[in-house]
Design a binder for this molecule. Structure first.
Ligand SMILES: Nc1nc2c(ncn2[C@@H]2O[C@H](COP(=O)(O)OP(=O)(O)OP(=O)(O)O)[C@@H](O)[C@H]2O)c(=O)[nH]1
Ligand SMILES: [Mg+2]
Length: 227
């Protein structure tokens, strides 16, 4: 059995679909961000704090991935925005086909931002382009400052690192400066935000990052049209 060609075929099919999704997001001005972390680093909690801070009229939606359960979708639906759970049934990452299928009955014209919460995993999601404008990696302070060096791919491909649960810093031996340095050894110039959803620290800075990122996305789209 030769597994390599099959994996290449799956990935190239995913790339083709992701390119088509990216074109749809560009055409409709939807900033799509793909949140990736280990299980339990705080992806859904960050989305909860985000959705509760947004005005009711905000044009945002969430696709949230898990191997099993609709728990995260149930948590996020409370805020009144469109939310769908993607249950992979065992697959350790989302792929572009799953995104395409779950977007089928949503109108992209109604959205400004699409949040994708990937399946909790620091490895597999990094290989699957979902057509997003930006990957965002979340690392909580209970996971160890060496993780960017051990799992470099996702830190290399993400434009923003969120160091989460910083309220726990007094209780865990986590060198936050070293964590940032390790991330920037893998990805020089990487942006970093320190956030505690429990204490509501850094959430404003995250919302500002999102606003600026959406403006940059729109500006890039306008320039592409003029070329
Ligand atoms: N102390 C502290 N705990 C947090 C913070 N953010 C999240 N948590 C807790 O961390 C646990 C996991 O949070 P989730 O938001 O469910 O993590 P997740 O990344 O969505 O998890 P999966 O979807 O299962 O991968 C929960 O018990 C949260 O209450 C934080 O800022 N500080
Ligand atoms: Mg979650």
């Amino acid at each position: 059995m030769n597994r390599v060609p099959l994996q290449q075929k799956v990935l190239s099919e995913n790339d083709r679909l992701a390119a088509s999704l990216r074109e749809g997001f560009r055409e409709h001005g939807v900033l799509c961000v793909n949140l990736i972390s280990s299980p339990g680093s705080g992806k859904t909690t960050l989305l909860e704090r985000t959705l509760e801070a947004l005005p009711r009229a905000a044009r945002v939606a969430v696709l949230t991935g898990d191997i099993q359960t609709e728990n995260d979708a149930a948590r996020l639906k409370r805020f009144g925005f469109p939310v769908k759970q993607i249950t992979t049934g065992g697959t350790c990452h989302l792929d572009a086909r799953m995104i395409e299928r779950h977007l089928a009955d949503w109108n992209l014209e109604d959205l400004d931002i699409l949040f994708i919460e990937n399946v909790g995993n620091l490895v597999c999601p990094s290989s699957y382009d979902l057509g997003e404008a930006a990957k965002i990696v979340i690392l909580s302070v209970t996971e160890g400052e060496d993780k960017p060096l051990k799992y470099p791919s996702i830190f290399f491909k993400s434009e923003l690192l969120i160091l989460s649960k910083v309220d726990l810093l007094p209780y865990v031996p986590f060198d936050i400066e070293a964590a940032e340095q390790n991330a920037r050894r893998i990805h020089p110039g990487m942006e970093v935000l320190r956030i505690s959803c429990a204490k509501q620290d850094g959430v404003e800075a995250w919302l500002t990052w999102l606003k600026n990122r959406r403006e940059a996305f729109q500006q890039a789209n306008r320039e592409a049209v003029l070329q």
